[in-house]
Design a protein around this ligand. Structure first.
Ligand code: DQA
Length: 142
Protein backbone atom coordinates (compact mmCIF):
# COMPACT_ATOMS: atom_id res chain seq x y z
CA UNK A 1 0.00 0.00 0.00
CA UNK A 2 1.42 3.40 -1.01
CA UNK A 3 0.78 6.54 1.00
CA UNK A 4 0.37 10.22 0.13
CA UNK A 5 0.27 13.11 2.59
CA UNK A 6 -2.28 15.85 1.94
CA UNK A 7 -0.94 18.84 3.82
CA UNK A 8 -2.74 22.14 4.22
CA UNK A 9 -1.45 25.31 5.81
CA UNK A 10 -3.00 28.35 7.50
CA UNK A 11 -6.67 29.24 7.14
CA UNK A 12 -7.41 26.21 5.00
CA UNK A 13 -9.35 24.67 7.90
CA UNK A 14 -11.92 27.31 6.96
CA UNK A 15 -12.32 25.96 3.44
CA UNK A 16 -16.00 25.84 2.49
CA UNK A 17 -16.76 28.88 4.67
CA UNK A 18 -13.83 31.09 3.67
CA UNK A 19 -14.30 33.47 0.69
CA UNK A 20 -16.30 30.87 -1.32
CA UNK A 21 -16.18 33.06 -4.44
CA UNK A 22 -12.38 32.49 -4.47
CA UNK A 23 -11.97 29.07 -2.85
CA UNK A 24 -15.29 27.31 -3.62
CA UNK A 25 -17.60 25.44 -1.29
CA UNK A 26 -15.74 22.16 -0.72
CA UNK A 27 -14.28 21.45 2.71
CA UNK A 28 -11.02 19.66 3.52
CA UNK A 29 -13.09 16.60 4.48
CA UNK A 30 -14.73 16.62 1.04
CA UNK A 31 -11.29 16.85 -0.60
CA UNK A 32 -9.93 13.99 1.50
CA UNK A 33 -12.97 11.80 0.78
CA UNK A 34 -12.63 12.34 -2.99
CA UNK A 35 -8.90 11.64 -2.89
CA UNK A 36 -9.37 8.44 -0.90
CA UNK A 37 -11.83 7.17 -3.53
CA UNK A 38 -9.56 8.23 -6.38
CA UNK A 39 -6.51 6.45 -4.95
CA UNK A 40 -8.15 3.22 -3.90
CA UNK A 41 -7.77 1.42 -7.27
CA UNK A 42 -4.05 2.24 -7.17
CA UNK A 43 -3.59 0.68 -3.71
CA UNK A 44 -2.73 4.08 -2.26
CA UNK A 45 -4.11 5.75 0.82
CA UNK A 46 -4.03 9.39 1.89
CA UNK A 47 -3.45 10.96 5.30
CA UNK A 48 -4.71 14.54 5.63
CA UNK A 49 -3.23 17.10 8.01
CA UNK A 50 -3.85 20.82 8.44
CA UNK A 51 -2.17 23.38 10.66
CA UNK A 52 -2.17 27.13 11.07
CA UNK A 53 1.36 26.94 12.54
CA UNK A 54 4.54 27.03 10.50
CA UNK A 55 6.59 24.92 12.95
CA UNK A 56 3.96 22.17 12.98
CA UNK A 57 3.99 22.03 9.17
CA UNK A 58 7.79 21.81 9.26
CA UNK A 59 7.66 18.90 11.76
CA UNK A 60 5.17 17.02 9.59
CA UNK A 61 7.33 17.49 6.49
CA UNK A 62 10.33 16.05 8.36
CA UNK A 63 8.27 13.12 9.65
CA UNK A 64 6.91 12.42 6.17
CA UNK A 65 10.37 11.56 4.86
CA UNK A 66 10.57 7.80 4.16
CA UNK A 67 6.92 7.38 5.29
CA UNK A 68 5.15 8.78 2.21
CA UNK A 69 5.67 8.53 -1.53
CA UNK A 70 4.62 12.15 -2.00
CA UNK A 71 3.26 15.27 -0.33
CA UNK A 72 0.47 17.38 -1.83
CA UNK A 73 0.96 20.70 -0.11
CA UNK A 74 -1.11 23.86 -0.06
CA UNK A 75 1.02 26.13 2.15
CA UNK A 76 -1.55 28.99 2.12
CA UNK A 77 0.01 32.38 2.76
CA UNK A 78 3.28 30.79 3.98
CA UNK A 79 3.91 30.13 0.28
CA UNK A 80 4.85 33.74 -0.14
CA UNK A 81 6.96 34.19 2.99
CA UNK A 82 8.43 31.03 4.44
CA UNK A 83 12.12 30.32 3.98
CA UNK A 84 11.78 27.83 6.85
CA UNK A 85 9.23 25.73 4.94
CA UNK A 86 11.41 25.90 1.86
CA UNK A 87 14.36 24.60 3.87
CA UNK A 88 12.16 21.82 5.33
CA UNK A 89 11.20 20.65 1.83
CA UNK A 90 14.85 20.80 0.72
CA UNK A 91 15.85 18.69 3.72
CA UNK A 92 13.72 15.65 2.79
CA UNK A 93 13.72 13.21 -0.12
CA UNK A 94 9.96 12.89 -0.41
CA UNK A 95 8.72 14.85 -3.47
CA UNK A 96 6.32 17.74 -2.86
CA UNK A 97 3.74 19.23 -5.23
CA UNK A 98 2.59 22.74 -4.35
CA UNK A 99 -1.13 23.30 -4.90
CA UNK A 100 -3.13 26.53 -4.89
CA UNK A 101 -6.87 26.51 -5.28
CA UNK A 102 -7.02 30.05 -6.65
CA UNK A 103 -5.00 31.44 -9.54
CA UNK A 104 -2.52 33.39 -7.44
CA UNK A 105 -1.18 35.09 -10.58
CA UNK A 106 -4.52 36.82 -11.17
CA UNK A 107 -4.54 38.17 -7.64
CA UNK A 108 -2.49 40.66 -5.58
CA UNK A 109 1.17 40.94 -6.61
CA UNK A 110 2.31 39.69 -3.17
CA UNK A 111 0.79 36.32 -4.11
CA UNK A 112 2.74 36.02 -7.36
CA UNK A 113 5.96 34.80 -5.79
CA UNK A 114 6.39 31.39 -4.19
CA UNK A 115 9.32 30.78 -1.84
CA UNK A 116 8.63 27.06 -2.14
CA UNK A 117 8.13 26.43 -5.86
CA UNK A 118 11.87 26.17 -6.68
CA UNK A 119 12.26 23.20 -4.30
CA UNK A 120 8.99 21.46 -5.24
CA UNK A 121 8.54 18.84 -7.95
CA UNK A 122 5.89 21.07 -9.53
CA UNK A 123 3.04 23.45 -8.91
CA UNK A 124 -0.68 23.33 -9.71
CA UNK A 125 -2.39 26.69 -9.55
CA UNK A 126 -5.88 28.02 -10.18
CA UNK A 127 -7.72 24.80 -10.97
CA UNK A 128 -9.85 24.90 -7.83
CA UNK A 129 -9.93 21.97 -5.45
CA UNK A 130 -9.46 19.65 -8.46
CA UNK A 131 -5.80 20.64 -8.28
CA UNK A 132 -5.37 18.30 -5.30
CA UNK A 133 -6.69 15.32 -7.29
CA UNK A 134 -4.50 16.20 -10.26
CA UNK A 135 -1.45 16.26 -7.99
CA UNK A 136 -2.40 12.82 -6.63
CA UNK A 137 -2.67 11.46 -10.17
CA UNK A 138 0.83 12.72 -10.94
CA UNK A 139 2.19 10.53 -8.14
CA UNK A 140 0.31 7.53 -9.56
CA UNK A 141 2.29 7.88 -12.81
CA UNK A 142 5.65 7.33 -11.16
C1 DQA B 1 -3.90 29.78 -1.51
C2 DQA B 1 -3.36 31.09 -2.09
C3 DQA B 1 -2.61 31.89 -1.02
O1 DQA B 1 -2.14 33.12 -1.57
C4 DQA B 1 -3.53 32.21 0.14
O2 DQA B 1 -2.81 32.88 1.14
C5 DQA B 1 -4.19 31.00 0.67
C6 DQA B 1 -4.74 30.02 -0.26
C7 DQA B 1 -4.77 29.02 -2.52
O3 DQA B 1 -5.01 27.84 -2.31
O4 DQA B 1 -5.24 29.61 -3.51
O5 DQA B 1 -4.37 30.85 1.89
O6 DQA B 1 -2.80 28.95 -1.17
Amino acid sequence: MGKLLLLNGPNLNRLGKREPDIYGSETLDDIKRKMTALLEPYQYQVDAKQSNHEGQLIDWIHEADKNYQGIIFNPGAYTHTSIALRDAISSVDVPVIEVHISNVHKRETFRHNSMLAPVCEGQIVGLGTKGYQLAAMYFMKQ
